[in-house]
Ligand binder design. Structure first.
Ligand code: SF4
Ligand code: SF4
Length: 133
């Protein structure tokens, strides 16, 4: 009889309490503050110096100055944050949230857009000096 009462109490409690699980992915996950998610780059600010590449312990970052590309292998990154610390332009950050799951290993590669410099204006001709009469 005591077991039956305990069982009934547990059933009633579970019947009227919120489920312990969440409806992910229908309801997006909320990440706690300071979660180490993934590295993002603001490529516009990057100067292709390669400090992040040289400071990355597992070698997850590749910077190709000649091709203007910054690449990260997400599977190699351990979210240590050294690249964020070392970047002189502060254009790297670790943002909460993980990458979308996929069926293949992938590498994120970002190409820095080439900004065309405005053509320099042709020097104005010197003002004509009239000969003194
Ligand atoms: S967070 Fe760490 S492991 Fe990931 S890319 Fe930056 S330096 Fe490399
Ligand atoms: S350290 Fe910063 S500025 Fe230098 S290549 Fe990496 S992301 Fe770009």
């Amino acid at each position: 009889m005591a077991q039956f009462l305990t069982f009934t109490k547990t059933v009633m409690k579970n019947l009227f309490s919120k489920p312990a699980t969440t409806a992910y992915p229908a309801v997006p996950r909320e990440y706690p503050e300071r979660t180490r998610g993934h590295v993002e780059i603001n490529i516009e600010e990057c100067i292709m110096c390669g400090m992040c590449m040289r400071s990355c312990p597992p070698g997850a970052i590749e910077v190709k100055r000649a091709e203007n590309t910054w690449t990260i292998n997400r599977f190699d990154c351990v979210q240590c944050g050294y690249c964020v610390e070392k970047c002189p332009k502060k254009c790297l950050s670790i943002v909460p949230g993980y990458q979308e799951p996929g069926d293949a290993k992938f590498v994120d590669s970002v190409v820095k857009p080439v900004v065309e410099k405005p053509a320099e204006e042709a020097p104005k001709p010197a003002a004509e000096v009239k000969p003194a009469e």
